[in-house]
Design a protein around this ligand. Structure first.
Ligand code: NAI
Ligand code: MG
Length: 357
C-alpha cells in the first residue's frame, strides 16, 4: 500500500489547534479510503523553541524535510517575538532552500458562506492567485546603516530574475489553461516601477506565445484591488509578485468570507523537493486557546496536499465534506458569524467523510 511521509509543523498559536484538527480529518480519510497510509512526523519548531534555544528550527531544518512527500504547516508568530524573526526563522527558512517558488492560493465562496460583497454568490468569485514565492520584494536583499543616527539608512531591494519570473509565469499559464475559463490576469506596477515590473510585462508577453489558448490581460496592482471588489467575476487565474500577491490574496480571502477559510500551497512544481501546505492565516493570538479557530482553511490545505501527492479521490471527498459543513450555518465559527467551535466543525467534517454519500 502506498504510504506518504508527511512532516507536520504546527508552529504557534492557533497553528497548533488547526493542525491537530487537520491531522484528525486526514486520519478519517485514510480509514475511509483504505488505499493509502500517512506516516506523519511532527516537528516542534516555532516560537517556544526560539525562546528556549535561540532558534525556531535546527540549523539543518530544511534538510531534515527533504525526504518527506509533503509538509503540513500551521502558522508561526508570537506576541513577544518580532515577526520578522519568526517569518525568516521558520517559514521562509523552509520555502527558500526547498525552492517552493510557486505559492498557489485558490479562493472561492463556499456554499453557505456570505461574501461581504453585496449580491456576489458562489460561482461569481472563483479565483486562483499565483504568488511568486522565492524572490521579488521578499528576496531578503537590503541593509541598515548608521543605526539610530539622524542619517540612518535602510534599503529593501526587490530582486527579479529572468529565470524566476519566467518559471512563475509559465506555472500561471499552465494553471490558467487547466481551468475551464482559460483566463489569466498578470498583475504588475510597471507604470511606476520601470525595471523589474517592465521585465515582468515583457516576460508575460513572451511566455503567452506558448499558450495561444489562454486569454490574458494586464492590470496595475492598485487598479486590481478595485476590479477584485467591483467586478469579481471578470477574474479567474491571477499571477503577481511576492508582495503584491501577498496583499491581494488577503483581500481575496476576506472577499470570499473569511481568512479562516483560505488555503495555500507552496509548490516546487518540478517535485524536486517537498511542497508545503498551510492555511494563509497567521497564529491569531487574539483567539488562541479559545477553541474557536476556523479549521476550514487547514482542511482545504489538506485537500490540496492530498491532490498534490496523487490521492485525488480522497482530496475530492474532503472538499465535498468541507462544503457540506460550510453549507450549514450552525457549523460556522465566530469569524463567519456563528458560534461553532473548532471541535464541532472538525467532528462534522469527519462525520461527512464517514457518511456514505
Ligand atoms: P492572523 O491571520 O493571525 O489574524 C488576523 C485576524 O484574523 C485575527 O483577528 C484573527 O483572530 C483572525 N483569524 C485568523 N485566522 C483565523 C481562523 N482560522 N479562524 C478565525 N479567525 C481567524 O494575522 P495577524 O494577527 O496579523 O498575525 C498574527 C501572527 O501571525 C503574527 O505574528 C504574524 O507574523 C503571524 N503570521 C504568520 C503567518 C504564517 O505563518 N504563514 C501568516 C500571517 C501572519
Ligand atoms: Mg500574508
Amino acid at each position: 500500500m502506498k504510504t506518504y511521509r508527511i512532516a507536520s509543523i504546527p508552529g504557534d498559536g492557533i497553528g497548533i489547534e488547526v493542525i491537530a484538527a487537520g491531522l484528525r480529518v486526514l486520519e478519517a480519510l485514510v480509514e475511509r479510503d483504505g488505499g493509502f497510509r500517512l506516516d506523519v512526523k511532527t516537528f516542534d519548531w516555532g516560537s517556544e523553541r526560539y525562546k528556549r534555544t535561540g532558534a525556531l528550527m535546527p540549523e539543518d531544518g530544511a534538510e531534515q524535510l527533504r525526504d518527506f512527500d509533503a509538509i503540513f504547516f500551521g502558522a508561526v508568530g508570537a506576541p513577544d517575538v518580532p515577526d520578522h524573526l519568526t517569518l525568516w526563522g521558520l517559514r521562509l527558512a523552509i520555502c527558500q532552500p526547498l525552492d517552493q517558488y510557486a505559492n498557489v492560493r485558490p479562493t472561492r465562496i463556499l456554499p453557505g458562506i456570505e461574501s461581504p460583497l453585496r449580491g456576489v454568490g458562489p460561482g461569481e468569485l472563483d479565483w486562483v492567485i499565483v504568488r511568486e514565492n522565492s524572490e521579488g520584494e521578499y528576496a531578503g536583499q537590503g541593509g541598515r546603516s548608521h543605526r539610530g543616527l539622524p542619517g540612518e539608512v535602510a534599503t529593501e531591494v526587490s530582486i527579479f530574475t529572468r529565470i524566476g519570473v519566467e518559471r512563475i509565469m509559465r506555472h500561471a499559464f499552465v494553471l490558467a489553461r487547466s481551468r475551464p475559463r482559460k483566463l489569466l490576469t498578470v498583475v504588475t506596477k510597471s507604470n511606476a516601477q520601470r525595471y523589474g515590473m517592465v521585465m515582468w510585462d515583457e516576460i508575460a508577453r513572451e511566455v503567452s506565445r506558448d499558450f495561444p489558448d489562454v486569454t490574458w490581460d494586464k492590470m496595475l496592482v492598485d487598479a486590481m484591488t478595485v476590479r477584485m471588489t467591483l467586478n469579481p467575476s471578470s477574474l479567474d487565474t491571477i499571477v503577481a509578485t511576492n508582495l503584491h500577491a501577498d496583499i491581494l490574496s488577503d483581500l481575496a480571502a476576506a472577499l470570499a468570507g473569511s481568512i479562516g477559510i483560505a488555503p495555500t500551497a507552496n509548490l516546487n512544481p518540478e517535485r524536486r523537493t517537498p511542497s508545503m501546505f498551510e492555511p494563509i492565516h497567521g497564529s491569531a493570538f487574539d483567539i488562541t486557546g479559545k477553541g474557536i479557530a476556523n479549521p476550514v482553511a487547514t482542511f482545504w490545505s489538506a485537500s490540496m496536499l492530498l491532490e498534490h501527492v496523487g490521492e485525488r479521490d480522497a482530496a475530492r471527498r474532503l472538499m465535498d465534506a468541507i462544503e457540506k459543513v460550510t453549507a450549514d450555518p450552525d457549523l460556522h465559527t465566530p469569524d463567519l458569524g456563528g458560534d461553532a467551535t473548532t471541535e464541532r466543525v472538525t467532528e462534522a467534517v469527519i462525520a461527512a467523510i464517514r457518511s456514505r454519500n
